[in-house]
Design a protein around this ligand. Structure first.
Ligand code: NAP
Length: 259
């Protein structure tokens, strides 16, 4: 199926690895030109070159921390007018409710709520003026069902979800859709980083920790960045123009609820 986004310009934040990279690759495969971002320049440029080589699209990179005002300003300056925005950043560290003070919450809110909101605030007016736009925010399954040790993530991402629910309905009339993708456990560095402490605590290997987590997922495996990217492309497609303010869970059935 042709997704109808050939030649569109997409800003994909935090995309040198993992789920962001999956989205960038999938958009490029559909012919979208990319502005890619991550903090580490070397991995970012290597991923960008791999995408240029594989898909022949234009890829511009900006090495910057998307969670800071300065980093965002540099990304936005290079990005200019974009048709598609995929927001993403690293997730907050795990812990226990009693560990976290105001500064921890401010950091989590900056990274996982206020950064995507600032990007939307900057880019929505241009999309609306041009009569077409797609925004996809990478959030987490934790907005549907809290992950106790990720309280900072639960809090920040739920705040973003509330913002999107209202804002998506204010911009849809101009041909702009905003939706969220909610990853369950995917095989990325982030998943490995969360398996590590479990392995240490339980005195088992990382492979055993992974196998135990996989056993809790109805699909009996972690998701892949490619599957995640395919869902992102669909939400960015012409065909998805009537999907507004939704939260699409990609979790292999791991979140146990009816609707
Ligand atoms: P990942 O494999 O660790 O990749 C993170 C990517 O984001 C890297 O390219 C990283 O590059 C970049 N990045 C991180 N912080 C950044 C920042 N401040 N500014 C710009 N770029 C930044 O992580 P992932 O698994 O793809 O996860 C992506 C998001 O989904 C995270 O918020 C994570 O919490 C959430 N999530 C993931 C899972 C999962 O199972 N994987 C499940 C639920 C939610 P640099 O380090 O060079 O900046």
């Amino acid at each position: 199926m042709d997704m109808g986004i050939r030649g569109k310009r997409a800003l994909v934040c935090a995309s040198s690895k993992g789920l962001g990279r999956g989205c960038a690759e999938a958009l490029a495969a559909e012919g979208a030109n990319l502005v890619m971002n991550a903090r580490g320049a070397e991995a970012l440029e290597a991923t960008a070159q791999a995408i240029r080589d594989a898909h022949g699209v234009e890829v511009v990179t900006v090495a910057a921390d998307i969670t800071t005002e300065d980093g965002r300003a540099r990304v936005l300056e290079v990005a200019g007018d974009v048709d598609i925005l995929v927001t993403n950043a690293g997730g907050p560290p795990p812990g226990v409710w009693s560990d976290w003070g105001r500064d921890d919450f401010i950091r989590a809110l900056d990274a996982n709520m206020l950064a995507p909101i600032a990007l939307m605030t900057a880019l929505l007016p241009g999309m609306m003026a041009r009569g077409w736009g797609r925004v996809v925010n990478i959030t987490s399954q934790s907005v549907k069902a809290p992950i106790p040790q990720l309280g900072l993530s639960n809090a920040a991402r739920t705040g973003l979800t509330g913002y999107v629910a209202g804002t998506a309905r204010q911009v849809a009339h101009a041909g702009v859709t905003i939706n969220n993708l909610l990853p369950g456990i995917h095989a990325t560095d982030r998943a490995q980083a969360l398996d590590g402490p479990v392995a240490e605590r339980e005195g088992i290997t990382i492979e055993e920790a992974r196998a135990r987590r996989e056993a809790t997922i109805p699909a009996r495996r972690y998701g892949t960045a490619e599957e995640f990217g395919a869902a992102c492309v669909f939400l960015c497609s012409q065909q998805a123009g009537f999907i507004v303010g939704q939260n699409l869970l990609l979790d292999g059935g791991g979140t146990n609820f009816t609707i």
